[in-house]
Design a protein around this ligand. Sequence first.
Ligand SMILES: [Zn+2]
Length: 320
Amino acid sequence: MLTALVGLTFSVAAQDEGKDKIPLDHFYVTPRQGSNFIRRALRNFHFGIYTGAGRSYLSTSLSGFGIYQAPGVRPELFINSATVRYTNWINNAAGDNTAPGSYTVANAGNNVRFKGHALNIPLAATVHYEYKQFRIGGGYSYELMSLGTFRPTIMADKIADMQAASSTGLVRKYWGMIGYSFYRWNDYLFTGDLQVGNYKMKNNYNAAQVTASTYFNIGVTIERDLSEYLKVFVRPAFELKSYGLAVAGSGSSLSYSNNMLMVNIGFTYSIPQLPKCVIKQCRAQVDHHHGNREYRSRVHPFYKKQNPGYGENYPGLKKY
Ligand SMILES: [Zn+2]
């Protein structure tokens, strides 16, 4: 009984801590915490943009198809007989019913592949949330994609190179991302991350024929702080994806692997936890109080590094 009573007294005392019965302090104010709730919740969100360059590695097997090669033109594909042949079989496979002229049929089927490259230039917007070493987020991007020449892997002396009739288009992507920061080296933070998303090749690809896979993109983000709020990063990455191209009117389709090596370069920005000081004449360089509110400096640019102890805006002595 006595123990319970003592325990109760202590717990009541503990609850009352910080709430004085009479105002012991009537001169100094307690900083308000609640007013910055939204900013405190937002401070771990990072908004980013990036660009960069990628090299796509495209490859298709011609399993189930024959190759029709008239002299001096692009190779066409056929299924049973060369009277119906297909042109533009990289991004918009259409039938060609012109009478066959002189040709060679490379009945190579499973053995021959066509391989080609593309140049990809992305422009992306991202947002992610950081909790300790973990991050989760997503993004949206458009990529300019320019298809190069496709070459046969065998019989290159008999089969000509293939070129898409329309080589340049846009790729639209959106994705979810998870990441984990695993290493720091001086100013550089290394984070491994995985994007899983959806992509669609527009403009030069015939959307009705293309079935694009889910894509997986794994990379390492190497970040450097420019300031408390602004970071610059590079991100080498590898992307795994593929697409199928239904050949119009044939019931058959070609499957392409469409992997990519890429390097992104960009910035992330986070909304400052503290509002900017509202007093026009205030020259304070570091976080400071006016009344019961805390503010960040109004003279320190958001993109410049600063020491939280004294600021680094004017590093020279005033007499110089
Ligand atoms: Zn101020």
